[in-house]
Design a protein around this ligand. Structure first.
Ligand SMILES: [Zn+2]
Length: 153
């Protein structure tokens, strides 16, 4: 199950970032999932709900999935087109010299958290949006294909 491995990784990642920032409860995680990625959103949510029950930090944490449209670029005529509609053949020139530029990624887009109880910042008492910098590195790793290897059931 590809999705379960991904869920473990996301949960670990989210909890690590939370600990670093002194957060003890996470309300919602939003993932960006490319429409031609191999991940099935419904399975991902099922796995997420099952897994998040096991930790205090993620209990009742909701997983939102945001689809990213897949886009392919044609080397011959330098145009972009929708991958899902046209596949690997360019609709403008009929060429096959094309490659995917977006649409197979799985990334954390946003994490909504509770402020720490004795937090002194107090601008927004409900949640804060975490920046890309706080969620950097592992999501640029192209080896996400291997995520499920450690989690054979
Ligand atoms: Zn073309």
């Amino acid at each position: 199950m590809h999705e379960l491995g991904i869920v473990f990784h996301i949960a670990n990642q989210v909890q690590d970032v939370a600990k670093e920032n002194g957060v003890d409860k996470i309300h919602q995680v939003t993932l960006s999932v490319g429409e031609v990625s191999t991940v099935i959103g419904e399975y991902l949510i099922d796995c997420w709900n099952w897994n998040s029950k096991k930790t205090e930090m993620l209990k009742d944490c909701k997983l939102e999935i945001e689809k990213i449209e897949a886009v392919t670029f044609c080397e011959d005529c330098k145009k972009e087109y929708k991958t899902v509609e046209h596949g690997k053949t360019c609709p403008y020139c009929g060429g096959g010299n094309t490659y995917l530029v977006a649409g197979n990624e799985v990334m954390i887009k946003e994490i909504l958290v509770d402020e720490p109880e004795n937090g002194e910042t107090g601008d927004d008492p409900h949640s804060e949006e975490w920046t890309d910098e706080m969620l950097a590195a592992p999501w640029d790793d192209p080896s996400t294909e291997n995520w499920d290897d450690d989690f054979e059931l």
